[in-house]
Design a protein around this ligand. Sequence first.
Ligand SMILES: *Cc1c(COP(=O)(O)O)cnc(C)c1O
Length: 374
Amino acid sequence: MSDRIFLSQAHVTELEEEYVLRALRSGWVAPLGPDVDAFEDEIAERVGVKHALALSSGTAALHLALLHLGARPGTVVVVPSMTFAASANAIAYTGADPVFVDSQTSDGNVDPALLIEAVDVLRSEGREVVAAMTVDLFGRTCDYERMVPALAERGVPLLEDAAEALGASSHGNQAGSFGLAATLSFNGNKIMTTSGGGMLLSDDTRLVDHCRKLSTQSREPVAWYEHAEIGYNYRLSNLLAALGRAQLTRLDEMIQRRQEIYDQYVTLLSDLPLRFLQSADHSKIDNHWLTTVVFEDDTVDVDTIVRDLGLEGIEVRHLWKPMHLQPVFGTSRFFGGAVSEGLFKNGLALPSGFRLRDQDINRVAARLREAVIA
Ligand SMILES: *Cc1c(COP(=O)(O)O)cnc(C)c1O
């Protein structure tokens, strides 16, 4: 096992052990408790938003935000096609129709002009667009300078899925601060983890209060158990929040290591017929959750690389297969061309976790070079 190179393995130290043990010994296993409150405050402060709501997953956070925004059968939510299925699944849970939008070439993030076009076309057809979702893909923020004002002008709320991007920023604003609401994930392979968990972020007190209620079985504020709407059991436990608090103190260190890993891959691989997915905007700071490359058309068969390197214990992965190409969303509407499809066909995510040693990075790069030149 020790020689296996993972895509994005979690890294925990004695600090995490201390935090979790302290929470356990404090008796707060109820499941809510002081570590949940503190974790919410610390994340809100880090991102620069007023409120944070700790939840059982990033998917749960998306689901509750969409419910609050009025997603229901007959309405639509515009969403990037190039994303993890969770973004689209959360829309489907509400009964709303996801409408997918293509990527831009540079960084794979949603094409801002297409997203706005999709909103305008749908509304001209009389559809109710309850939200536009964006996804900060692989750890870098979208082009909010263009989308935020355009969506505001149209009165369409922005929901930012920042699951992959905690710690990234644009013009000094943190990922998770751009939408009316935003969501984070602390799943095991993300930039930091609670082993499983998520967070809803917003400046909107009403939105967060409502989602807090929805997340605890929609209990009304009376002495007995009174319920006026359907609720969910979506809160994060105090023990996991303690783990998250420890990880958060190490977030900058973990981002810095991923940045170094990215830089090393650039040095080792940039003469190959590939490009690194990256932002064209230099005021953006990535968290480099995953280093992702896109090969020039027809130079390699990505599927073969994933399989062959996998057999040798190197975990490289395909980029997200676009949602409009997924059987489960096959009948959904799509705005765009073949950009995200090309990113899927020619794209590869490289091992990027904190625990990688320099020799691991060298091994990945050497093996990739062989695969490309063969
Ligand atoms: C990981 C991820 C999610 C889901 O987060 P969970 O905590 O696993 O539910 C949602 N959206 C994107 C883009 C993700 O990468």
